[in-house]
Design a protein around this ligand. Structure first.
Ligand SMILES: N[C@@H](CCC[C@H](N)C(=O)O)C(=O)O
Length: 302
């Protein structure tokens, strides 16, 4: 990492199901990193390494229209999220849980278990909850992710063709708008999912104007009212990651759509980095999962 290109900054490293982030606390909005600086920090060989960089900043300190709207809506804190390549994304489902965990652990918010967070995809309400799947000590949060949508053509169940290394023929994909763009592809077996290389970005046609995250899923057995699926993901602006929160929501919505009438509204999503839970509530969706902070440090030219 060329530290000369970076301001002196303190950082915290955190993750949600292995989707890892560098958090920079900047309450007054004085640390505006360039895309190159974000990419330098996130570089796994020459930097700290992360899937994304999150600035923890007061909504009122920014001029971004979404931050201005968040401040007017009473959301004190804004999640300023960038992908590892320095591109800005609208939303990060794992990131918003880690963000709220950071606020609590650093006493930037006290006396409540519910926080409303400004994001580029609108204000999200995040609540600390009990881990529904394990008896461990992991901190879990549920985020109201807001509205989702399929494209208008979805009555056919697919609206894109996706070419993936190691698969001979393109597969049908379903686009899901979670505030950020997703394309979900169902595969037939666990072996097919596990055997794929996701080093290269899957090619999606027609090419989405702003790119897309691509989720590969294998739906599993339902347990009572809860469906299940396994997922791997290639994230826009990052590459393959251990988990994607908005991607898990998109995957559950696609699996539920493909399963047809009577499909469950609750889905357990197994990703390489752990387990998250998705609840569909009509045109809205909630995402629950763990959040952890693992290290603190300082980037310094001294
Ligand atoms: N990992 C995130 C999604 C981050 C943004 C994504 N790469 C994009 O460009 O849309 C999540 O947990 O949702």
């Amino acid at each position: 990492m060329d530290t000369a290109a970076l301001p002196d900054i303190r950082f915290t490293k955190g993750h949600g199901t292995g989707n890892d982030f560098i958090l920079i606390e900047d309450p007054d909005g004085s640390v505006a990193l360039t895309p190159d600086q974000v990419a330098a920090l996130a570089d796994r060989h020459f930097g700290i390494g992360a899937d994304g960089v999150i600035r923890v900043v007061r909504s009122a300190a920014l001029t971004d229209p979404m931050a201005v709207a968040a401040a007017q809506d009473g959301a004190e804190w804004f999640m300023d999220y960038s992908n590892a390549d320095g591109s800005v994304a609208e939303m990060c489902g794992n990131g918003v849980r880690v963000f709220v965990h950071y606020l609590f652990e650093n006493e930037l918010v006290t006396g409540t278990s519910v926080v409303r967070v400004g994001t580029r995809a609108g204000v999200k309400t995040v609540t600390r909850i009990q881990d529904p799947y394990h008896d461990g000590t992991a901190a879990w949060y549920s985020a109201e992710m807001g509205n989702w949508s399929f494209p208008e053509s979805t009555d056919r169940g697919a609206d894109a063709l996706v070419r993936i290394d190691d698969l001979d023929v393109p597969r049908a994909g379903l686009s899901v708008d979670m505030g950020n763009p997703h394309t979900v592809v169902a595969l037939a077996t666990d072996d097919e999912l596990d055997g794929l290389s996701l080093v290269a970005a899957p090619e999606v046609s027609p090419t989405p104007q702003h790119g897309t995250n691509v989720e590969l899923i294998v739906p599993g057995e339902s347990a009572g009212e809860e469906g299940s699926l396994r997922m791997r993901v290639h994230e826009r602006g990052v590459g393959e990651t251990q988990s994607c929160g908005t991607g898990s929501c998109a995957a559950a919505l696609a699996a539920r759509f493909w399963a047809g009438a009577g499909a469950p509204d609750r889905w357990r999503v197994e990703v390489p980095g752990g387990t998250v839970r998705v609840d569909v509530r009509g045109q809205e969706v909630d995402l629950a999962g763990p959040a952890a902070l693992v290290a603190r440090g300082e980037v310094s030219r001294a």
